[in-house]
Design a protein around this ligand. Structure first.
Ligand SMILES: [Fe+2]
Length: 166
């Protein structure tokens, strides 16, 4: 069972973004605790929620002409692709894969993504100067490492590994 409350390190310092993430995380918790009978229907609703969260962030990035919008958007697209792929598994009765993604892989990806990509976006939005983005990231992780690690956390390879275990 996932935690019902976002850990403190999940805060980006931007209320609107934190609220968006809280909504996402609560939907994830709701899905993880649902019965097998309801899982398929609620999985679809959760994917719609994820699409809303990611598109909202991408709208914010466009508004400030965020310089790494491409890589951030790519991370969102990669996860959405995996979620849609898993949706087809769930619709075919493979709830083991669905629950593995919902209860383990996606929370791991989410925590990492928020503490790197989303924190950088929040810093740029709050300070009104996109040039402060890199200093804000420096204590956390290098940009190259951030892209590399994030790409490995939630890839279709990971989903395939889960399917291999099912
Ligand atoms: Fe994001």
């Amino acid at each position: 069972m996932l935690q019902a409350i976002l850990p403190p390190e999940m805060s980006t310092g931007m209320a609107a973004m934190d609220e968006l993430h809280k909504d996402f995380f609560e939907a994830l918790i709701g899905l993880s605790s649902t019965s097998a009978k309801e899982f398929e229907a609620r999985y679809g609703a959760f994917v719609s929620k994820a699409e809303h969260v990611f598109s909202t962030e991408e709208q914010w990035m466009e508004e400030i002409d965020f310089p790494i919008i491409k890589s951030h958007r790519e991370q969102h697209a990669r996860v959405l692709s995996a979620l849609h792929h898993v949706h087809s598994c769930v619709m075919n009765g493979d709830l083991v894969t669905g629950r593995e993604v919902v209860e383990k892989l996606l929370p791991q990806w989410f925590v990492f993504h928020v503490s790197t990509m989303d924190v950088a976006l929040a810093a740029a939005m709050q300070m009104g100067d996109i040039n402060v983005m890199r200093p804000a990231l420096a204590p956390l992780v290098s940009y190259a490492d951030m892209i590399s690690i994030s790409s490995n956390i939630m890839s279709l390879d990971n989903v395939s590994m889960v399917q291999g275990q099912a």
